[in-house]
Design a protein around this ligand. Structure first.
Ligand code: NDP
Ligand code: 2IT
Length: 448
C-alpha cells in the first residue's frame, strides 16, 4: 500500500476505529487521504482547523425501518439509510441505491466520494447518499411502489429542495423516482420539483439526465484520448454492467466510432465481436428488465460466459460501469495482458487499490469515478436549475452543457495534478481539486 503522509496516518486510524466493519468506507477515505500529502504540506491552515477529520465525519446519518406488504399480503421489512455527509458547497445531493448488499458502510463510502465529485462539477451541491437493502429484482411494480411509498414516508422529513436532493443509483431509475416523488408530493401537499432529480420529462425532469452518466464518462475519455492525439475511432471497448450507466456509455462510445464488444450483469458477460446491438440490449434491459443471457439467446454468434470476469476480453479501453470492487488484481492483470491502454471508472470505486496500482505500474492511463462519472450528478444540478427557473431546455443545449462540464473537470484534474507535482495523475488531480474546494468553503463557514 502507498504510505500515507505522517500527519494523515492518525486521521485514517481514527476513521477505522470509529467506523468498525465498514471496509468500503475505509477504502474510499484512504484513497483520498493518499493524495493529500502535498496539500497538507502546503496548507497548514487545513490541519489547524481539523478540516480532514471533520470531513470524514458525516454531518448527519439517518437509519430507519421500512415496512411494506408484498403482493401476497405478507409483511416485509427493510432498512433505509440517508447519510448527509457535507453541505459546505450546497444542499446535500446524491443518489439512492436499492440493492441487497446495501449497509451503512456502502452508503458512507458513496456519500464520501460524492462530496468531492460534486465539488469537481463546479455546481453548488453538497454530498450525500442513501438507499436500502431492498432488492427490486423479481418484484412487481405494485410491490416496488409500496416499498417506495414507505421509504419516502420517513425520508420526506429529511429532504427538500434547499436541504437534500436525492436521485437514482443502482436499482433506482425513472420508475422508482416517480413513486418517490408522488409520495413526497402527497405528504407535503407541495409540487416541489427540486426535491428529487432524475424525474420524467413530462413532470419536471431534464433532457439528458438519463444518458448523462454514461455520455459524460465517454466525453471524459474522449478528452483523455485527445490529449494523446487519439480518438475512439475503431477502438475495441469493454463496458461492464448493463444498467443505466453502461447502456449510455455504450451508446456514446459507438457514436464516436468505437466497437463495444462486451457487457455484463451479475450472472456473467456477453461477447459480441460485431459490436453490441444497442437497440436489442435496451429492449431487453429497459423493456423487460431481462438479463444479458437473453441478449445472447436472441443474437446469433454471441457468446454468454457465465460466472467469469469480463476483463478477460481483450480491449483498448475498459469502462467498469457496474459496481464497487468489480475490477480486482486478477482483472487488472488480464486487462494488461489484453493490451488495454485506458481504464476509466463509470461506476463508483469499481477498481480495487491493488488493481489501480498494477494498472498504473503497467503504464495504463487510469481515471477515477469521482471525475469520470460526475456527468450524472452535474446534469442533476442542471435539472435543479431548470426546476428553480421553471424552465426546460432542449436535448442539444443540455448535452452541450454536459460536454463543457466534463471537459472542464478533465482539465481541472490535469491542471491540479501539475500544480501539486503529479503530472498526468488523474487520481491526485481529482482528489486534490475536489478536496481544496470543499476545504476552503469549510474554512470560510467557520466551525460547523
Ligand atoms: P443500474 O442498477 O442501472 O445497473 C447496475 C448494473 O451493474 C447492472 O447491470 C447490474 O447487474 C450490475 N451490478 C450491480 N451490482 C452488481 C454486483 N454486485 N455484481 C455484479 N454486477 C452488478 O445502476 P447504474 O447503472 O445507475 O449504476 C452503475 C454504477 O454507476 C454504480 O456504481 C453507481 O453508483 C454508479 N453511478 C451511477 C450514476 C447514475 O446516474 N445512475 C451516476 C454516477 C455513478 P444485475 O442486474 O445483475 O444486478
Ligand atoms: O453516484 C452518483 O453520482 C449518482 N448516483 C448520481 C447522483 C445524483 O444526485 O444525480
Amino acid at each position: 500500500m502507498p504510505v500515507l503522509d505522517e500527519s494523515l496516518t492518525p486521521v485514517f486510524e481514527e476513521v477505522v476505529r470509529r467506523n468498525p466493519g465498514e471496509a468500503e468506507f475505509h477504502q474510499a477515505v484512504r484513497e483520498v487521504l493518499e493524495s493529500l500529502g502535498p496539500v497538507v504540506a502546503k496548507h497548514p491552515e487545513y490541519a489547524d482547523a481539523e478540516i480532514i477529520r471533520r470531513l470524514c465525519e458525516p454531518e448527519r446519518q439517518i437509519i430507519f425501518r421500512v415496512p411494506w406488504t408484498d403482493d401476497a399480503g405478507r409483511v416485509q421489512l427493510n432498512r433505509g439509510f440517508r447519510v448527509q455527509f457535507n453541505s459546505a458547497l450546497g444542499p446535500y445531493k446524491g443518489g439512492l441505491r436499492f440493492h441487497p448488499s446495501v449497509y451503512l458502510g456502502i452508503v458512507k463510502f458513496l456519500g464520501f466520494e460524492q462530496i468531492f465529485k460534486n465539488a469537481l462539477t463546479g455546481m453548488p451541491i453538497g454530498g450525500a447518499k442513501g438507499g436500502s437493502d431492498f432488492d427490486p429484482k423479481g418484484r412487481s411494480n405494485a410491490e416496488v411502489m409500496r416499498f417506495c411509498q414507505s421509504f419516502m414516508t420517513e425520508l420526506s422529513r429529511h429532504v427538500g429542495e434547499y436541504t437534500d436532493v436525492p436521485a437514482g443509483d443502482i436499482g433506482v431509475g425513472g420508475r422508482e423516482i416517480g413513486y418517490l416523488f408522488g409520495q413526497y408530493k402527497r405528504m407535503t401537499n407541495r409540487y416541489e420539483s427540486g426535491v428529487l432529480t432524475g424525474k420524467g420529462l413530462t413532470w419536471g425532469g431534464s433532457q439528458v439526465r438519463t444518458e448523462a452518466t454514461g455520455y459524460g464518462a465517454v466525453y471524459f475519455v474522449d478528452e483523455m484520448l485527445r490529449g494523446a492525439g487519439d480518438s475512439f475511432d475503431d477502438k475495441r471497448v469493454v463496458v461492464s454492467g448493463s444498467g443505466n450507466v453502461a447502456i449510455y456509455a455504450i451508446e456514446k462510445a459507438q457514436q464516436l466510432g468505437a466497437i463495444v464488444v462486451a457487457c455484463s450483469d451479475s450472472d456473467g458477460y456477453v461477447v459480441d465481436e460485431a459490436g453490441i446491438d444497442l437497440d436489442l440490449l435496451k429492449e431487453i434491459k429497459n423493456g423487460h428488465r431481462g438479463r444479458v443471457n437473453d441478449y445472447a439467446e436472441q443474437r446469433p454468434g454471441v457468446r454468454f460466459v457465465p460466472g467469469r470476469s469480463i476483463w478477460e476480453v481483450p480491449c483498448a479501453i475498459a469502462l467498469p460501469c457496474a459496481t464497487q470492487n468489480e475490477l480486482d488484481a486478477d482483472g487488472a492483470a488480464a486487462l494488461i495482458r489484453g493490451g488495454t491502454r485506458i481504464v476509466a471508472e463509470g461506476a463508483n470505486m469499481p477498481t480495487t487499490p491493488e488493481a489501480i496500482r498494477a494498472l498504473r505500474e503497467a503504464g495504463v492511463l487510469f481515471a477515477p469515478g469521482k471525475a469520470v462519472n460526475a456527468g450524472g450528478v452535474a446534469t442533476s444540478a442542471l435539472e435543479m436549475q431548470q426546476n428553480a427557473s421553471r424552465d426546460s431546455w432542449t436535448f442539444e443545449y443540455t448535452d452541450e452543457r454536459l460536454g463543457e462540464i466534463m471537459r472542464s473537470i478533465h482539465d481541472r484534474c490535469l491542471e491540479t495534478a501539475d500544480t501539486y507535482g503529479k503530472p498526468g495523475d488523474y487520481v491526485a488531480g481529482a482528489n486534490i481539486a475536489g478536496f481544496t474546494q470543499v476545504a476552503d468553503a469549510m474554512l470560510a463557514l467557520g466551525l460547523i
